[in-house]
Write a protein that binds this ligand. Structure first.
Ligand code: SF4
Ligand SMILES: [Zn+2]
Length: 452
């Protein structure tokens, strides 16, 4: 089976998904993926129409000699069908100038419906380039993405992305050759994945740690290194109140089977486009059931918090205060049935002491932790734009009026702002780099900000 765009897209999101697709495991396409596919097709048609009306184009896949002789300025829907790779390139455009570094005369174009371009879109463009290079013999170094409602064009340099795609292709080939199945870990992509019910079933049966969405993969690995692989094992490293909320969601069944805010969003958009009565009904039923479920949770919480909840509540949860110990309290060493449990217990207890008890009780450590968290969160914010300010050297020192002034390096100023676009609001960080000057007489330093 050749490697396709769908398999590469699956691999960069979840290795298990790529493996399942390669193995042709039967799947149930989710409502969301069907809808996304439809929108993608519509957008492709729209872009094709637009390009056809503006330029003379060749529809389909011309033969290699005519491709080499550069007779077509624009090709729409070029298909690469090789035993190892299979791709349909949205469009190929002929370059006006060819340099020694960029010897491939064609630029692949990809149509992306969304306003913003994600790394996945860029990687798939690089996959198109790799597929084209296998058929044509030369690698495009530049690609273009037409995106959004206004069909804007973005140029994408491909060298680094192509390297990444080549490593993905290598990993996929190895995966197939060794028939290796990657370990299952539920992730953010699962809500829109067609294997969702299958993977969830396996994860629930294994009581896998990835069932906890707030546990990052790094944290999960840390727990695995300690010998903790299941939610139950993890729950023993915490105090009992953590276990109370685990079964609340099981008390309600949505009639649609797999409730999610995302599905409701899809129905809403579908209804806006089609005004279908069936879609509207699904949306109303989902919203009504959502309210009912919230009401059920609120009632359960009230029942749990009442003083006599331990004996009378109809829910399978109890107030932690009402719990009695199942064994006599005792100090000293605990005899573990399995010696591995001692190691787990020691590590868990040590973590608990350090992060929950000692840091909380010591004000200096608490302050340090708080400052470190703040410093980290600010420094991690990526800068969207760097502005190099090349100010003139001041004519005289503001302090001593000396004219002997030299440049010494630069200072930075970061401005955090919001940027509004047709699709929403995003954080916008601009870093200004100012020239810095020093008065050689009084050693006062200044930059554009101190001069004003
Ligand atoms: S459901 Fe989640 S874990 Fe399973 S294949 Fe899809 S993305 Fe991967
Ligand atoms: Zn001075």
């Amino acid at each position: 089976m050749p490697i396709t765009e769908q398999i590469v897209d699956a691999f960069v999101r979840c290795e298990t998904k790529a493996h399942l697709k390669l193995d042709a495991v039967p799947r149930i396409p989710s409502e969301l993926s069907r809808w996304q596919q439809r929108l993608k097709e519509d957008y492709r048609k729209e872009c094709n129409e637009l390009l056809r009306s503006a330029f003379q184009s060749y529809p389909g896949t011309p033969d290699l000699p005519s491709l080499k002789s550069c007779c077509h300025a624009l090709i729409l829907g070029y298909v690469v069908a090789l035993p190892e790779i299979d791709a349909q390139i949205d469009a190929l455009v002929l370059r006006r100038q060819i340099s020694a570094r960029m010897d491939c005369p064609y630029i692949p174009i990809r149509f992306v419906r969304s306003e913003s371009i994600s790394i996945f879109d860029k990687l798939l463009l690089a996959f198109d380039a790799v597929a084209f290079s296998k058929a044509y013999g030369k690698m495009p170094r530049l690609g273009r993405i037409i995106h959004g409602r206004d069909h804007r064009t973005a140029a994408v340099p491909l060298s680094r992305l192509v390297r990444r795609i080549n490593s993905v292709l290598k990993a996929l080939t190895e995966q197939r050759a060794r028939n290796f199945s990657p370990p299952l870990a539920l992730n953010k992509h699962c809500v829109e994945c067609e294997f969702q019910s299958r993977c969830r079933e396996i994860a629930v049966a294994k009581d896998d740690l990835s069932l906890l969405p707030t546990l990052s993969s790094k944290e999960r690995k840390k727990q695995n290194d300690k010998g903790i692989f299941t939610v139950l094992q993890l729950s023993y490293t915490f105090r009992s109140p953590r276990r109370l909320s685990h079964s609340l969601a099981k008390h309600y069944r949505w009639s649609s089977g797999s409730p999610s805010g995302l599905a409701a969003l899809v129905w809403r958009l579908q209804w806006e486009a089609s005004r279908e009565a069936g879609v509207k009904k699904s949306l109303i039923v989902y919203n009504a059931e959502d309210c009912e479920a919230a009401d059920r949770v609120a009632t359960a919480l009230v029942a749990m918090c009442s003083p006599n909840s331990g004996s009378e509540s109809s829910y399978s949860t109890v107030n932690a205060d009402a719990l009695t110990r199942e064994f006599p309290r005792q100090f000293g060493n605990v005899d573990f049935v399995l010696p591995e449990f001692r190691k787990i217990n020691d590590a868990a207890y040590w973590d608990y002491q350090r992060s929950k008890v000692y840091v909380r009780s010591n004000s200096r450590l608490r302050r340090q932790e708080h400052n470190a968290a703040n410093r980290q969160s600010i420094s991690k914010v990526p800068v969207n734009k760097l502005v190099m300010m090349n100010e003139e050297r001041p004519s005289a020192c503001l302090r001593c009026a000396s004219t002997l002034i030299y440049r010494i390096g630069r200072t930075n100023q970061t401005v955090y702002d919001l940027r509004f676009s047709p699709v929403g609001v995003k954080r916008w960080v601009v870093k200004y780099s100012h020239r810095r000057f020093i008065c050689w007489k009084c050693k006062t330093t200044s930059n554009a900000r101190t001069q004003t």
